[in-house]
Design a protein around this ligand. Sequence first.
Ligand code: ZN
Ligand code: ZN
Length: 272
Amino acid sequence: MAVLTDLHCHTRVSPDSQASFYDMAMAEYAAGVRWLCVTDHCDTVDWRTLAFYPPCRTVARRDREAYLACRDRLPADLHVRLGLELAELQFHPELTEELAGEPGLDFILGSHHITAQLGDYHELTYTDPAFLGRMWELYLDHLQWVADADYYDVMAHIGYVRRYAMAQGVDTALTLAGYGDRIEHLLRTIIGHGRGIELNCSGLRDGCGPFPSEEILRLYRSLGGEIVTTGSDAHRPADAAKCLAQGQDILRACGFRYIAVFTGRKPDFLPL
Ligand SMILES: [Zn+2]
Ligand SMILES: [Zn+2]
């Protein structure tokens, strides 16, 4: 089996996690991960007002301090990298450029969780079928913006909104049948900029499937997409590394032969 790599996990530097850096890193290691990148939330806007959110300036520094405080106690064969899940770069691009330029950053997940029109996907109601079409179009608008802005290394969890709909009993997904042209344009933009996508395994934990779906992974591969990372998106040690091995199986089935890890914002490739 290929070595497990988790390039998407959270610690208590994220508002929605209680986990210490040490506990998360040790849980990942115990589960078999040997390449770990901590990607705490770096939300550039206040979730209610969309105004600039000053605490985002401190996320990278707080992660580095947490890492340095426990580095000596971590296993020598655990490769630890420091990243950000950088969200909503469309609202304050000049700030995003500053955050993305932070020295010592190994990896940036480009992430989208909130729209000015609808708010946070986490808080929406998905039971109206007419809403779903508008929502996915809006979602794609924002992913395209993130891709065009190009302040990231890998685009996070494409299609993850499915999770919140499924939690309300609504089975909807970002499909090629519905949005193939737009998805292809998005993937071509990502590839053209030399960026990549992640296979976010959190949906495998709760029965929603991988984000993105296998058909989108296959399209990305067929378009020449090479850079793909895996992430558990764990927010607590109990979820560390969950479904990463299954994610690797999916990638192999979709034709990928290598998995990417990042150091200093540059990819290296490990055999799958
Ligand atoms: Zn996210
Ligand atoms: Zn995350």
